[in-house]
Structure formats: C-alpha cells, structure tokens
Design a binder for this molecule. Sequence first.
Ligand code: NAD
Length: 263
Amino acid sequence: MTATSSNRVALVTGAGRGIGKAIALRLAADGLDVAINDIPANKAIAEQTAEEVRAKGVRSTVALADVSRETDVAGMVEAVAKDLGKLDVMVANAGIANVTSLLEVDVDTWDRIMSVNLRGAFLCYTAAARQMIKQGGGGKIIGAASIVAYRPFALLGPYSASKWGVRGLTQAAAMEWAKHKITVNAYCPGIVGTDMWELIDEKLAKEEGIPQGQAIKKYSEAIALGRVSVPEDVAQFVSYLASPDSDYMTGQSVMIDGGIQFS
Ligand code: NAD
C-alpha cells in the first residue's frame, strides 16, 4: 500500500498483545490501515503486531506512548495522522488491572489504575475527537470498559471504578460529539484468557486461598455460553463498532461476555 491509500485509518492502543492485538488484526482484515500503540517497554511486541497487520495487505505504523501522559497521547495521534494520513477510528483499549481489597489498596495504586484506565481513555478520546473534527468531522471512538462497569468484582474495586468511569465518559462524549458525526461506544468483555487474567487469577487465588488457575475456573462458571472468552470474540464486536453498520449507535457500553452480566 502507498501513502495515497484511501483506506480508513484506525489506531488501537495497547495493541502489542491480548485483546488490542486481536482488534488490530481484525480491523486490518476488514481493510483498514491500522496504527499500533503500546508502551515503549513493549516496542518489540508492538512491532510484531504491526508486521502481522501489514501481512494482511494494509498499512501500519507503530506509535509508542503511555496513554496516561497527555503529551504522549497528543504526539501519538499527530504521528498517526502524519504517517497514515488521517484518523477515522480510535480504539482506546489499553488498560491495567490490580487485585487488592479496598481497605488495603494504597493511593499510588489507586492513582495508577485511574491514570491508565480512565485518564488514558479521556486523553485518547479527546485527542482523537480533536483530530476528527479538524478533518471535517465523522469518526468512531471506541473504549475498553468491562462487565465490572455494571457490577464490580470484589477485590477489583479501583479497576471496577475506573471502568465504570469509562462508561460515563463514553456517554458524555457521545452527547458532545454527535454534532460532529462522531459516535462513541465501549465494549464490555467478561473473562478473556489474556495475560491480564493470568495476573488476576494469580492474585485472586492467593486472596481467596485457592490454587492458582482455580479463580478463573470459579468465575467462569457464571458464563452462560460455557467457555472463557478469546480476544477474537471481542474483536468481532469492535469490528462492528468501527464499521458504518453501527452509525446509528452512540453512547453505549455493551456486554460481550458470553452471558455473565445482563444490562
Ligand atoms: P493485556 O494486559 O493482555 O494487554 C494490555 C496491553 O496494554 C499490553 O500490551 C500493555 O503493555 C498495554 N498497556 C498497558 N498500559 C499501557 C499504557 N499506559 N499505555 C499504552 N499501553 C499500555 O490486557 P487485555 O486483557 O488484552 O485487556 C485489554 C483491555 O480490555 C483493557 O482495557 C482491559 O481492562 C479490558 N478488559 C479485559 C478483560 C479480560 O478479561 N482480559 C475483561 C474486561 C476488560
């Protein structure tokens, strides 16, 4: 593909692995050019995702940035618009989890969770909206919420609150940017077998005094469809949110969890 490609352009944050990587590859398969973000420490896996995106016949670029830092996010969006020509779809996917009881969590941990998950979504949403408005309007902004944005998990209090915040932010942004023809929606995965759940399982199992690997098993019993999610389950739904098929939908945070939580 050349610099004159007429493809739509997406940027996926935290796309070096897990759900973000699956979303990047799915959007590439859908024919979008896809920019890959991750933190500088994960440059190698970000470049690997970009290679796999290019192998699908579309363009890619890597924009390393910490989504919790305002200047990083502004620079990331600017670099993507320069490298790939514009920005049509922002997927604010990057997030971190922490398993600690509310009475034990320290303020620094609280701040770190909020700064990546909620401030990061705010910074990505607004930087993308500014770029889309500059281009003349129109665009898709998509955030990573979670089923815990509707019903928290005990021991995941700060994480749950941050995702609840993403749901509120998504509604506010949808209201403010509808006049620019920008839709804003979020996806709410349940239990997806990624590195994040490995960490959650390890910590939850320890807190609950059960063997490692048993926490994910215990929580998975609540899944109506009877299996733990894979990242591709989420990517298929994000493909819809990124496509014109979802043009009449905005402000929604939708469960894609195999039937754990019902809104
Ligand atoms: P993961 O930990 O496997 O991958 C997250 C990626 O984001 C990593 O590559 C990481 O380096 C990157 N990242 C972390 N902090 C970043 C930052 N400050 N700036 C840029 N990149 C950063 O996680 P995942 O399971 O793929 O989750 C992706 C998103 O989906 C997260 O927002 C998560 O909260 C949400 N989610 C996951 C699950 C699940 O079960 N795994 C469920 C609900 C919601």
